[in-house]
Design a protein around this ligand. Structure first.
Ligand code: CDP
Length: 227
């Protein structure tokens, strides 16, 4: 099998940036596992299986059936260096990236059967080329034998601050307190679910990025990969 580097950690810790830069530098493919959960979350929301406020009791079997009905494929995009995710023959749009869809994703990500249905797809990626995998359970469940495992964290406040900056830079409005609440709710759901909770693997290297910029995080993670 090809080398696998896992970058796990909570929302807003900076995984996306470091994963992207590493994949580019090493010539590896990038697995954005969160995008898979986001797609299922969005489709489940559109199908009325979940609500935005997470108040509804969710039918796990219905979400499973929906997950199994999606034809998901990864297609390397040489122009961007990324692996595009194609669902039912259509490239997924930017829509899945917003915070609301992150919330839908974490609602359906609690279900063991849904996670199981997405497992092989993720593992198969490592049979094609070197891989940098971004998620919550890359090092614990999906690639337990990975060559390097990093758990990237930051305080909830630092992560909320970064989201605010991102949104403002994108010309949108941002409310720090509201974002902080959303981040904490999602952390809580991801860390306390019974299947594949978000936590460092026993052999993961922990990196707290609260006081590090993206460059410093990248240099440190690159160093871990060389050690
Ligand atoms: O980019 P951000 O960290 O905000 O979110 P993401 O990585 O796209 O993940 C969205 C949600 O999907 C997370 O809050 C988790 O509930 C779920 N997820 C998961 O359960 N396992 C993964 N490997 C990746 C994401």
């Amino acid at each position: 099998r090809f080398p696998v580097i896992c970058i796990d950690g909570p929302s807003g810790a900076g995984k996306g940036t470091v994963t992207w830069r590493l994949a580019q530098a090493l010539g590896y493919q990038l697995l954005d596992s969160g995008a898979l959960y986001r797609i299922v979350g969005l489709k489940a929301f559109e199908a009325g299986l979940i609500t935005a406020d997470a108040s509804q009791v969710i039918d796990e079997m219905a979400v499973l059936a929906l997950t199994q009905s999606l034809k998901i494929a990864f297609v390397p995009n040489n122009a961007s260096g990324r692996v595009d995710i194609i669902v039912n023959s259509e490239a997924i749009g930017e829509q899945v990236r917003n915070e609301a869809v992150g919330g839908y994703a974490s609602q359906i990500a609690v279900f063991p059967k849904v996670r199981q249905a997405l497992l092989k797809l993720q593992q198969d990626m490592a049979s094609r080329s070197g891989l940098v995998a971004d998620g919550r359970d890359m090092g614990t469940v999906v690639f337990p034998d990975a060559d390097v495992k990093v758990f990237l964290t930051a305080s909830a406040e630092a992560r909320a601050e970064r989201r605010v900056t991102q949104l403002l830079n994108a010309g949108q409005t941002a409310d720090f307190e509201a974002i902080l609440v959303t981040i904490k709710e999602r952390d809580d759901r991801d860390e306390n679910r019974s299947t594949a909770p978000s936590k460092p693997a026993a052999d993961a290297l922990l990196l707290d990025s609260s006081n590090l910029d993206a460059d410093a995080v990248y240099k440190q993670v690159k160093q871990y990969c060389q050690d």
